[in-house]
Ligand binder design. Structure first.
Ligand SMILES: NC(=O)c1ccc[n+]([C@@H]2O[C@H](COP(=O)([O-])OP(=O)(O)OC[C@H]3O[C@@H](n4cnc5c(N)ncnc54)[C@H](OP(=O)(O)O)[C@@H]3O)[C@@H](O)[C@H]2O)c1
Length: 235
């Protein structure tokens, strides 16, 4: 079996997922990633492969669809023989007061941010059991701090923190580490934002990538299970 480690990242076409992919590839780790659009997956795959040829593999797979993730995982294992690190990152945000929040906005937020991570866990669990690997979810400070217009997003991220901490308890005795990272503001395309110079105060996607790279280097005996990370000087 190949000794080169393999990461599987959901939502790796841009933002935090892409930043994590960049850092891991520079660390010599192969990265498979997913996204919803064929074009975005192709563009990201090409850009990541300029860092290290053959180290990035993109798949069209919607986290809401378990079988599409299972299919991506199967192809990764066929090609690279293993998955060591799973980063459940894909997420969306709908922000509206409950008076205006629609059924569709609620449904999409819960389906992607919460059920999507359940699907990612189910699709990758056998691979993680084989590698005694590491599962990391990207929750949010919104998973512990509630705010107006946050009903759907808060519910999804509070739920994700609970889900991730519970599976940490289930999996650690199998030698699988589980961490949830809870970022504050990160300069990404989230909720239609376009990253720009005024975002310099925010956490940058590669900073979360560095955090993931550092986590996987922790001594095997030690598990940082829940990490809050915020901009040093919020504006
Ligand atoms: N930005 C922040 O301030 C911040 C703070 C805390 C937590 N977070 C969390 O960080 C995670 C990443 O967000 P981001 O800020 O990097 O946003 P982003 O720039 O909008 O990136 C989101 C990524 O998720 C993918 N994605 C969305 N829905 C998907 C689905 N159904 N199936 C597969 N992939 C999907 C997108 O791919 P395509 O669009 O190409 O499909 C894209 O690659 C989210 O879970 C978010 O809640 C963000």
């Amino acid at each position: 079996m190949s000794t080169i480690k393999v990461a599987f990242i959901t939502g790796g076409t841009k933002g935090i997922g892409y930043g994590i992919a960049e850092v891991l590839i520079k660390e010599g780790i192969r990265v498979a990633f997913t996204g919803r659009s064929e074009e975005a997956v192709k563009v990201a795959e090409q850009a990541l492969n300029t860092l290290k040829e053959g180290f990035a593999l993109g798949f069209v797979a919607d986290v809401r669809n378990l079988s599409s993730q299972e299919n991506a995982v199967k192809q990764v294992v066929t090609q690279w023989e293993r998955i060591d690190y799973v980063i459940a990152n894909a997420g969306v945000g709908h922000f509206a007061p409950i008076q205006e929040l629609t059924v569709e906005q609620w449904q999409e937020t819960i389906d992607v941010n919460l059920t999507g991570v359940f699907n990612t866990t189910k699709a990758t669990l056998a691979s993680l059991q084989a590698s005694k690997g590491y599962f990391i979810s990207i929750s949010s400070l919104a998973g512990t701090n509630f705010f107006p217009k946050g009903a759907a997003y808060n519910a999804s991220k509070f739920g994700l923190v609970g889900f991730t901490q519970a599976i940490m308890m289930d999996l650690r005795n199998e030698g699988i580490k589980v961490t949830t990272i809870m970022p504050g503001s990160v300069a990404t395309y989230f909720n239609g934002h376009i990253p720009n110079e005024a975002d310099a105060w925010k956490i940058q996607p590669e900073d979360i990538g560095q955090m993931v790279a550092d986590l996987i280097k922790m001594p095997a005996r030690t598990l940082p299970s829940k990490i809050e990370v915020r901009p040093t000087s919020p504006k």
